[in-house]
Design a protein around this ligand. Structure first.
Ligand code: ZN
Length: 212
């Protein structure tokens, strides 16, 4: 198992916003740009850690990646070095925990025999896992954006219940949570830049529906 991204932040002495400590999105002061450590920004926390997907992103400087990159940046060592450190001591890749259904959502992944693959060619196994995990995270990101569209649509047009139900259905289909994180994003003062694009789409949609 890879280390938990929030634990990594703690061990490296990052300043974490207490309010977010037990939520899915944990916010910290960004140690890469230090923008939120400037005077007058005492209550800003630009670095977002996703406790579920184990990804980080700074809404200000854009630094982002997975937990291994996070450790590499914090320790100032190449990511490959961190990767091999965990390769040696850990055998199960997070991508192995994806269900068959989730792999099918990514398209064309047959039921793999991970153990056999691992024994046959460990490097190939890890490359396959990394790729699968990357694809899963990209998939989740686009799911999040689509669900965010529905959420904002529901809020703007007074059909919150209906669209939230649609999002819940989708959560069941993909076996991952969406709504909780989206509500966090929606109520957060610092939102990821893609939300602006989604909201602009809805504004355009609003004009269209009013005209017709
Ligand atoms: Zn930053």
């Amino acid at each position: 198992m890879l280390p938990d991204i929030v634990d990594v932040a703690r061990k490296n002495g990052l300043v974490i916003s207490d309010r977010t400590l037990h939520s899915e999105e944990v916010l910290c002061k960004c140690p890469f740009c230090n923008e939120d450590s400037k005077p007058g920004k005492k209550r800003k926390f630009y670095l977002s850690l996703n406790a579920q997907s184990q990804l980080f992103k700074c809404w200000y400087c854009g630094e982002s990646g997975g937990v291994l990159r996070f450790i590499a940046l914090l320790e100032g060592v190449p990511e490959e070095k961190v990767r091999s450190r965990y390769r040696r001591s850990h055998t199960t890749h997070p991508a192995e925990r994806l269900t068959r259904r989730q792999r099918l959502l990514l398209g064309g992944y047959k039921e793999p025999d991970w153990e056999a693959m691992k024994k046959r060619d460990r490097k190939y196994y890890l490359r396959t896992m990394d790729r699968l995990w990357e694809r899963w995270n990209a998939f989740l990101e686009s799911e999040r954006q689509e669900a965010y569209f529905l959420l904002v649509l529901g809020i703007r047009f007074g059909k919150y219940g209906k669209y939230v139900e649609q999002i819940r259905q989708r959560e069941k289909q993909i076996g991952a949570s969406l709504l909780k994180e989206l509500l966090n994003i929606y109520s957060s003062a610092v939102r990821p830049s893609w939300t602006e694009k989604v909201e602009a789409q809805i504004d355009a949609f609003g004009i269209k529906t009013r005209k017709t």
